[in-house]
Design a protein around this ligand. Structure first.
Ligand SMILES: [Zn+2]
Length: 467
């Protein structure tokens, strides 16, 4: 009970002083106050830390180190931390096995089944939701509050892509090996380490392997998870790709548009002079790619996929183009989308102005919104970011804040604390056939992710499992 009271007072103070420092108190509170035989000592320490937080806006390094000590002092947490280094081969094997199960967006079922089987060995209550997310639940003492850790199942690679993992020295090479083979292996490893150490969290932890992160999946898996758990959700940690050098706390807004131009179609020789949808698409594309975009706020576009026509000697009846628009500022996206529409409408006009016979049909254009990812930001003084920073300190890491488009966009845009991090090791060539991963140092990334998770979920006291 003392823990509860102190937490409440910490939260009260959060409204009148610097959030980061006070959130840190809450973090500390989750871990240690519930170890009752240490309560008195820790209460005293908490009071010291609370007074420090009122004095200085950011907790000193020494104070943070002391709090890390509180977590690392927990024998079960230590055991879970040690689990990674002792099971690196198992983690590598799962990453390779899962990567070799093709999982294009909307076709993740087989890989999902494999994850489900692995979750079954991790003491989780498992279910698959209606759109295919696999969710493993680790009940906390407080089931009313939930922390979600996710890794997306899907890849950008179409069916038929060779996904066999090749090894070159320490390097694993295969499409999807890092994005998101690393995240999935990390999710499984963290769940297994916590299970092996018999840790019961205070808040319920949901481990979810979710569908539909990439491309036209449009974050549908995460949208569904948020919808299902929103009222109980306190934090979301997304494991995406490799590395420990960054933390994504800013959600990059994006919009994806499919441009579809249609016309009558005909024979290349006998119907020459008829308006041609591909011509119009090319004319519109040339106009659009000359659109100026600002360097700040960084704004980008990509003509990513084009299709149309039936044969070389036919005037096509349809041409399609998929375009990705991104910006640090949503206003720029709106501006860019307007430029896109304008360019293709003008492209059609240019084509019609050049056709020999206007009576031979008209062209029309449709713009289909195929993706829209909202922007958002995690508050710098949020308990979740504080927990990540403390985890960084604990593993001797420094990471930079990044803006990116990930599953974390959805919770962030709704004001739910969320961030995305890599799950350790090194990777590169994401979304290419040469994608690679090197597992050296992976355990640091896994420790960092697990400490961040336990920092926001809290560790319950288990009789006989204390220090
Ligand atoms: Zn990814």
């Amino acid at each position: 009970m003392a823990g509860v009271r102190l937490k409440a007072s910490g939260e009260k103070i959060a409204r009148v002083s610097d959030g980061r420092a006070v959130s840190t108190i809450c973090w500390f509170d989750y871990f240690s106050l519930h170890l009752s035989h240490r309560t008195v000592k820790q209460l005293a320490l908490c009071v010291i830390l609370l007074s420090m937080s009122l004095r200085s806006p950011v907790l000193s390094h020494a104070a943070r180190a002391q709090q890390n000590g509180a977590l690392a002092d927990n024998a079960q947490v230590r055991e879970a931390l040690n689990w990674f280094a002792n099971n690196l081969d198992w983690i590598n094997e799962q990453q390779i096995r899962l990567t070799e199960i093709p999982a294009p967006s909307f076709q993740e079922e087989k890989r999902a089944v494999a994850v489900k089987e692995l979750f079954a060995g991790e003491g989780l209550v498992i279910h698959t939701d209606k759109i295919g997310n696999v969710i493993g639940e680790l009940r906390g003492q407080n089931e009313k509050e939930v922390v979600l850790m996710t890794a997306h199942l899907d890849t950008v690679f179409p069916p038929g892509t060779e996904v066999k993992v090749r090894t070159e020295g320490d390097r694993l090479i295969a499409p999807g090996i890092s994005d998101n083979g690393t995240g999935l292996a990390g999710l499984l490893a963290i769940a297994r380490a916590i299970h092996a150490a018999k840790i019961q969290p205070q808040r319920t932890i949901l481990f979810a392997a979710n569908v539909g992160e990439e491309g036209e999946g449009n974050l549908r898996g995460m949208r569904s998870l948020i919808e299902a758990y929103r009222s109980r959700l306190r934090a979301v940690i997304v494991l995406d790709g490799s590395g420990i050098d960054h933390v994504t706390t800013k959600a990059l807004a994006s919009r994806r548009v499919e441009v579809v131009i249609t016309g009558p179609g005909g024979h290349s020789w006998s119907d020459f002079g008829m308006p041609n949808p591909i011509n119009a698409l090319v004319r519109g594309s040339v106009r659009f790619i000359n659109t100026r975009v600002p360097a700040t706020p960084r704004t980008t576009f990509n003509l990513g996929q084009v299709e149309g026509g039936t044969s070389v000697n036919s005037i096509p009846h349809e041409a399609k183009l998929k375009v990705d628009l991104r910006s640090e500022n949503e206003d720029e996206i709106v501006r860019l989308e307007a430029a896109l529409r304008d360019s293709f409408e003008t492209g059609i006009k240019d084509e019609m102005d050049n056709v020999r016979e206007r009576s031979r049909g008209r062209l029309s254009v449709k713009f289909n919104l195929i993706g829209s990812r909202p922007g958002g930001e995690l508050a710098t003084d949020s308990p979740l970011l504080t927990s990540l920073r403390l985890a960084d300190d604990a593993v001797g890491n420094q990471s930079r804040i990044e803006r990116s488009s990930t599953d974390a966009n959805i919770p962030m845009s709704m004001g739910i604390d969320a961030l995305a991090i890599g799950a350790g090791g090194n990777g590169g060539g994401a979304h290419s056939l040469q994608e690679w991963y090197e597992a050296a140092g992976r355990e640091t990334g896994l420790k960092r992710a697990m400490l961040t998770l336990l920092g926001v979920a809290g560790v319950a006291e288990t009789p006989g499992q204390g220090k």
